[in-house]
Design a protein around this ligand. Structure first.
Ligand SMILES: Cc1ncc(COP(=O)(O)O)c(C=O)c1O
Length: 386
């Protein structure tokens, strides 16, 4: 078998996404983007959505919109993808890394509170809903009120996540979503969105996403529209093309169904792997708000005669595509040199990094493929257990 780590869902006929505006030659930001933004806002139960060309862009715009002075700090989990950290550095802010909670993947709120008590100049916090697992947002919002923080959720994995504060995205602060190729929804490989209930913030994100311009191309060149525009801020070029939005609209119609399929796959993984001593598996708790972007198992070193990396090599040899989410920020060369951390400074992230393996999880994973993955892991354990 050859099972990729991710397999995207494509329309059987690309005419399904070649809408009237596209057939008429409108490829960049236009009507499809407007429609996609409305549909996403309905899906997320939020007042405003601005779509852009990546989650990284949405995160950058979220912080840029706040006009924080260079040198101000933001709290960010160490166990994340680099985007969550670099977005603040783009505007001269200083990242303050926080380890994962002792029993989980998401940011440790006790450490967050300690840092807020000890340090000055912390202006924002960027919680990440790792793999779709909801962060305790009630606690984050309460700390934000107390310490006057801007909360920018990295919701790259969290399109369908529901936290204890409600649907992720339905926030008076901001949330950034990713529509990268392997995410629960993709807009032709690249894309992102910023969601907020705050109208002034949404308008500012919209302006900044396209040069700080008062009118986008669609508004200037659509029939009957005027060419005139002005630039009212230093902006960026982060807009989403209509072709991508059209693809995203096609995917969005299926996201609820796909979510049901993801749950079914997760339940089978959990049942199929629960009696295996060599790995720790996530628990499946119906209604816990997890979007199940990732299914991450943890390799228990002491139970095997091979290392986690050798185990990954064995899976790959058997045709199973897997991944590791993530190499923690403090162990990446640039940050290691820049921030001077030692590998043991974030013990929980280090432990996660050395043990995790993300298994294939996507709607088109077949029953045969799923059973093959589960039985292969069992066979490897029989072969290599201590
Ligand atoms: C946690 C997290 N944040 C941000 C991003 C960046 O998303 P994008 O590629 O859409 O910029 C990713 C991408 O994989 C991610 O995993």
């Amino acid at each position: 078998m050859n099972i990729p780590f991710h397999r995207p869902d494509l329309p059987s006929d690309f005419n399904e996404i070649a809408t009237e505006s596209i057939q008429n030659g409108w490829l960049t930001t236009g009507k499809q983007v407007e429609l996609f933004e409305h549909e996403l806002a309905t899906f997320l139960d939020v007042k405003h959505v601005v779509v852009v060309n990546s989650c990284t862009a949405a995160l950058h715009l979220g912080l840029a919109s706040q006009k924080f002075a260079p040198g101000s700090k933001f709290l960010v989990p160490n166990y994340t993808f680099v985007s969550t950290v670099e977005c603040g550095e783009y505007i001269g802010m200083i990242p303050r890394l926080v380890d994962s909670a002792p029993d989980g993947f998401n940011i440790d709120l006790n450490q967050v509170e300690d840092m807020l008590k000890r340090e000055t100049d912390i202006k924002a916090i960027l919680p990440v809903h790792y793999g779709g697992i909801p962060v305790d947002m009630n606690a984050i919002f309460s700390l934000a009120d107390q310490y006057n923080l801007f909360v920018l959720e990295d919701a790259a994995h969290a399109l369908e996540t529901v936290s204890n504060a409600g649907k992720v995205g339905n926030t008076n602060h901001g949330a950034a979503f990713s529509f990268y190729a392997n995410k629960n929804l993709t807009t032709l490989g690249e894309g992102g969105a910023f969601a907020t209930n705050n109208e002034v913030l949404a308008q500012s994100i919209k302006n900044l996403s396209l040069h700080g311009i008062t009118k986008d191309g669609w508004k200037r060149f659509d029939s009957g529209a005027k060419w005139e525009y002005d630039i009212i801020d230093l902006g960026y070029k982060y807009n989403m093309p209509d072709m991508s939005a059209s693809f995203g609209r096609w995917q969005l119609k299926q996201v609820n169904h796909w979510q049901t399929l993801r749950h079914a796959i997760v339940k089978q993984y959990v049942n199929g792997l629960k009696n295996l001593d060599g790995i720790r598996i996530p628990s499946y708790v119906p209604g816990d708000g997890n979007a199940w972007h990732l299914f991450v198992i943890q390799f228990k070193n002491t139970n095997w005669r091979l290392s986690r990396n050798e185990f990954i090599d064995e899976l790959i040899k058997k045709g199973i595509g897997v991944s590791v989410h993530y190499k923690p920020i403090h162990m990446l060369d640039y940050y290691h040199k820049k921030l001077g951390y030692k590998s043991d400074d974030f013990p929980r992230s280090k432990d996660l990094f050395e043990s995790v393996i993300s298994l294939p999880l996507y709607p088109s994973l077949t029953q045969d493929e799923l059973e093959y993955i589960i039985s292969t892991i069992h066979e490897l354990f029989e072969q290599y257990s201590v």
